[in-house]
Design a protein around this ligand. Sequence first.
Ligand code: OGA
Ligand code: MN
Length: 419
Amino acid sequence: MAHRLAAQARADLDEIWTYIARESGSETIADRLINSVTNRFHLLSNHPHLGRARARKTSVVACEASRLARTSSSTGWQAPTFGFCALCTAAAIWSRCSAVSRGRTTNLGALPIAAFGRIIVPNLENSPMNAPRNTQYRYLETHKIAGALGADVEGIDLSQDLPDDVLAEIRAALLDNLVILFRNQKITPQQQLNFARRWGEIHLHPFMQGMADHPEILEIIKTPQDKKNFGGSWHTDQMFSPQPAMGTMLYALEVPSAGGDTMFTNQYLAYESLSDGMKAMIADLKTVCVGDNGKQHGGQSRAQRYDRQMAHMKVKEPGNVQTTSVHPLVRTHPETGRKALYIGGHVQHFDGMTDEESEPLIAFLKQHSTRPEFTVRVRWETGTLTFWDNRCTQHFAINDYPAETRIMHRITVRGDTPF
Ligand code: OGA
Ligand code: MN
């Protein structure tokens, strides 16, 4: 099976090579792009989910080929842009390649292509990246709410059992926008759980106790009695786990009249905006991430701190669950193939370095990764469900509503081992 998949993936790459060589008029360019993709592809092909679905694996490869082609300054060649994101372009290239391989020559300009559940009508004129991109979906609309990341998603009722192609569009919207908001939802805990389960296994928080009848759901509650809030510093969820949360779905049941917003930051941008020198320096660093770091909190454990300052949050002992992990500082997103800075509050020091040695660089990267132009600030309403991708973002729950109550239901979906 695996052998056949690998052979097919190689054949797909050959097709993409042919396409790029023909379109760019240069075999050298095609060689360079495909080699670069192939290196990543070896990483990706060990990935458990991608290994199962050839079509998706091929799309990831095509996606990466297209992204490199579009952004490649080393080759000086720009792939034709269709006015949509790299994913669409990739899917378009891939579809064209498969059509060609089936002995049909297709005219891309006239071909609507279904990929990731979207109808893509190629638009061969260049259009700016930030133009509204609402027409690329069949079932939903997205409206960006900041330059860096974040979009409102319209047209989805999360209480329903959503068909696969609707879910595929939501996935595309998440990969494009990193943080997506569904407004005015009315869902029960069971419905939230049904939606979350479509994305993978639920990640149970090692330190936090779930709801009595739904142990997978954490109630995030802050009342006027509580001084601190859950998630009140920059972090990415469960980074201390060997397989940290891929995504978090937070559903607002009660929100303050003002305040209680959540900030998010785009870690692709944080990485991409570093200098080449810094990128080279950090390329192989690994971080040691700790879930219950008494050192930073005057020797107090999570349970002790939460007990005094977040009385409504139910803690538990992690038992044998692993809560310290080592991760790459620069991680490759398993679905988009893009590199992101992977840093947050759980990072203690670099693997193989002392706290003192690590501290200056960690402090710089934390500050850099949360620059205002990389962020979005989400304003909650009752009924908002926000779904974020922890693999390429950090977030921060703002504690600015001392006299009011905020109640959320939270589910995290388990992710991959970061690479
Ligand atoms: C979380 C978290 C943010 C918030 O649930 O992981 O950090 O705004 N919450 O409540
Ligand atoms: Mn969090």
